[in-house]
Write a protein that binds this ligand. Structure first.
Ligand SMILES: [Zn+2]
Length: 386
């Protein structure tokens, strides 16, 4: 069997994102795409099947639209071979996650630049913390905008705030490939822009985390003309995880907990302070692949400031639908003792219990029981993290 390892897939992914970012013909090929392709060809050669290898980079690029299972190669079990790297020439979620593991992609660099500008601006502004939260929240609530709404937003973030120009950097005109008979549509689940396939159907976009990419949308939202959409980098790193962050934040507020969104300008996502003084730090991570999430967490998954006693990496429970063993897979590679992985519904239940808001314990799902059992491990440290 021809074996293609994950680092090769990571390199190919970095190359595919580069192709998309330059928005030009495939040639000249990005070096990572060329090198990744060479490694695939080499794998076929080594297995004595050179005839079965894709004949050229363009042919290989076409193959990237097909599920990995169609490549005629064996890949690591950690990667789902039903997935493809491209979807109507857009890099898929898997591709973005693989490219991140390769040392960052142009997408995360773009998002990083915008994040730095926002942080620098908010540091120098007396209402910086409120402005930061307001801006991030606006992005999460507006994956698409009419021109009119955009002009209004620029006004709101303009005078006295100074972020009007940064808004320009977050949005772009909708590419015409999203148009169907003069109209644009959004997904009814995530509200982001929907795609259009070759047979003129409105379909879920490639990073919708509610519907599999390419699934025809029965319900859809018709958008006004002249809309703008979030740039892909902002969509991927702020909008999709941000939805779960804001939903969880809102639920915690609704039960009257003392919560802060993006404390200290985004050290982590949510800070909960309980009546007994205990502080929880929550950081949401929305990855389709749990192994790639672990690879991207780094040595300190949650910064130690502002101080906390208990810290969680929180995964949107929606991820369970596509991958029922998500948490188990994540835990099999988990290497941090003071930070635990948990689903958002479970951490909400735990917070509710901690705040004494659950009288009938049967109300809390078995999810919670699982989490509690797991927390009894001898490695658990509850002391203040410094
Ligand atoms: Zn969607």
């Amino acid at each position: 069997m021809v074996k293609v390892d994950t680092p090769t897939l990571e390199q190919i992914s970095a190359g595919l994102i580069r192709v998309k970012a330059k928005q030009k013909p495939l040639y000249p090929y990005p070096p990572d795409l060329q090198m990744g392709y060479d490694k695939v060809v080499l794998a076929f050669l080594m297995s004595g099947k050179p005839d079965l290898a894709p004949a050229s980079v363009p042919e290989f690029y076409e193959l990237c639209e097909q599920p990995l299972s169609e490549w005629g190669v064996e890949i690591d079990d950690e990667i789902d071979s039903d997935e493809s790297l491209l979807f109507f020439s857009e890099p898929t979620e898997l591709t973005i996650e693989l490219a991140e593991a390769f040392g960052g992609s142009v997408l995360s660099q773009e998002q990083g630049k915008i994040a730095t500008k926002l942080l620098q601006h908010c540091h120098s502004h007396p209402q910086g913390i409120q402005i930061y939260t307001k801006f991030r929240r606006f992005i999460v609530e507006h994956p698409v905008l009419s021109n009119q709404e955009f002009v209004e937003a620029k006004g709101n973030f303009g005078l006295g705030v100074g972020l009007s120009e940064l808004l320009d950097e977050c949005y772009e005109p909708i590419p015409s490939c999203h148009e169907l008979e003069g109209n644009f549509y959004a997904c009814p689940y995530c509200y982001a822009l929907a795609g259009i396939d070759f047979s003129k159907q409105v379909i879920a976009n490639s990073c919708c985390n509610r519907c599999p990419p390419g699934r025809r949308l029965k319900r859809k939202i018709k958008l006004p003309d002249n809309c703008l959409k979030l740039k892909r980098s902002i969509e991927r790193f702020w909008f999709y995880p941000g939805r779960a962050e804001i939903q969880l934040y809102q639920k915690l507020l609704d039960i009257k907990l003392d919560v802060e969104l993006y404390p200290e300008r985004d050290s982590y996502d949510i800070k909960i302070k309980f009546n007994d003084g205990e502080v929880w730090a929550l950081d949401l991570k929305d990855y389709s692949n749990p192994y790639l999430l672990v690879r991207n967490l780094g040595d300190e998954p949650i910064p130690s400031e502002p101080e906390w006693n208990v810290a969680y990496i929180v995964i949107p429970a929606e991820r369970k639908k596509d991958r029922p063993a998500y948490l188990k897979e994540l835990k099999s590679k988990w290497r941090w003792e003071n930070v635990k992985p948990i689903f958002d519904d479970a951490v909400f239940a735990l917070a509710k219990k901690k705040a004494g808001l659950v009288e009938d314990y049967s109300e809390v799902s078995e999810e919670l029981n699982k989490e509690t059992t797991q927390n009894k491990s001898p490695t658990k440290k509850k002391g203040t993290h410094t």
